[in-house]
Design a protein around this ligand. Structure first.
Ligand code: NAD
Ligand code: LMR
Length: 328
């Protein structure tokens, strides 16, 4: 059975994540194996030639679901009629650049992309921001798309979630399939808080199956600083695992979470768990009927509260910086 095609725009398409992502989208892993895909690749002018090379390789795969590939350096063209926007391209932190400089440089990317999404994307558009600082870049894009429902702008913490699953599984000699209800709270940064107090392994609370010292001194920092560890080991930031997480995030958003489980995604706060309304912060979320919902009613102890608050405080600081710059 063939469904209606879905138009997917990938920004930064010629970058490392783009290269790991596009083939998986075109092969049917983003939505499902029956939905044809129309790809739009957005790059800066210097990236267009490499994007054309990637498009040649996509052609050479003869993917049955891939209907078309368009390449452009114009955001309006790239987002016209888009159903799924994967905002990967971002300005990396350069030498001597302060956090504020980085946020300002990214404002120059995510503001026009938000405007382009507002102007031309499909009514059901869903946006995932991968480019760092992802949560605040998502906030900037959202601020410039007032006609798009706010909850359609999300940022990626699924990679952190997947990292935490494997660290925990390896510690307990379990399989990732045995783990439920793990949560990443807060920012996609080193302040994030991977929470094992609600997570279950084999039906029992994960935090009760590990030593407190491992949880506090090994697990949390290993997950939170994994991005930096990959850069150190690979000489480049994570790419295939980031692309994999982007696929997981959108697939879950569209197809739902399994009964009795949840996942992590940075979505606009409704004020739950003391996170200021409107901040794009990571929460435990379920997905149903194409919508993410924050899991309600979890008890948060002092240990978790402190860590959630610290990460949320960083997000508030980032929001205040981009506010001062007039970006939100
Ligand atoms: P990369 O440098 O290999 O590729 C980025 C691409 O974006 C480049 O080809 C560049 O030309 C393009 N680009 C820059 N500005 C653009 C614009 N205005 N419009 C369109 N394209 C533009 O980087 P990468 O390794 O692919 O990583 C991309 C981003 O993802 C980085 O910000 C990285 O920090 C972030 N990241 C996030 C996560 C996460 O979990 N959220 C994980 C890994 C990486
Ligand atoms: C990651 O988590 O792997 C990346 O966000 C790291 C980075 O700084 O690009």
């Amino acid at each position: 059975m063939t469904k209606a095609p879905v138009t997917v725009t990938v920004t930064g398409a010629a970058g490392q994540i783009g290269y790991a992502l596009l083939f998986r989208i075109a092969s049917g892993q983003l939505i499902d194996a029956e939905t044809p895909i129309k790809l739009r690749l957005l790059e800066i002018p210097q990236g267009l030639k490499a994007a054309e090379g990637t498009a040649m390789e996509l052609d050479d795969c003869a993917f049955p679901l891939l209907e078309s590939i368009d390449i452009t350096d114009d955001a309006r063209t790239a987002f016209e009629g888009t159903n799924v926007g994967l905002l990967v391209g971002a300005r990396p932190r350069g030498k001597g650049m302060e956090r504020g400089d980085l946020l300002e440089a990214n404002g120059g990317i995510f503001k026009p992309q938000g405007e382009a999404i507002n102007a031309g994307a499909a009514d059901d558009v869903r946006v995932l921001v991968v480019g760092n600082p992802a949560n605040t870049n998502a906030l900037i894009a959202q601020a410039h798309a007032p006609d798009v429902p706010a909850e359609r702008f999300t940022a990626m913490t699924r990679l952190d979630h997947n990292r935490a699953l494997t660290q925990l599984a390896q510690k307990l000699g379990a399989s990732v399939n045995d783990i439920r209800k793990l949560t990443i709270w807060g920012n996609h940064s080193a302040t994030q808080y991977p929470d094992l107090f609600h997570a279950e392994v084999g039906g029992k609370i994960a935090a009760e199956q590990v030593e407190q010292s491992w949880l506090a001194d090994e697990f949390i920092p290993t997950v939170a600083k994994r991005g930096a560890a990959i850069i150190e080991a690979r000489g480049a930031s994570s790419a295939a695992s980031a692309a994999n997480a982007a696929i997981d995030h959108v697939h879950t958003w569209v197809n739902g979470t399994p009964e009795g489980d949840w996942t992590s995604a940075a979505i606009p706060s409704d004020g739950s768990y003391g996170v200021p309304e409107g901040l794009i912060s990571s929460f435990p979320v379920t997905a149903k009927d194409g919508k993410f919902e924050i899991v309600q009613g979890l008890e948060i102890d002092e240990f978790s509260r402190e860590r959630i608050d610290a990460s949320v405080a960083e997000l508030v600081e980032e929001r205040d910086t981009v506010r001062k710059l007039g970006l939100v």
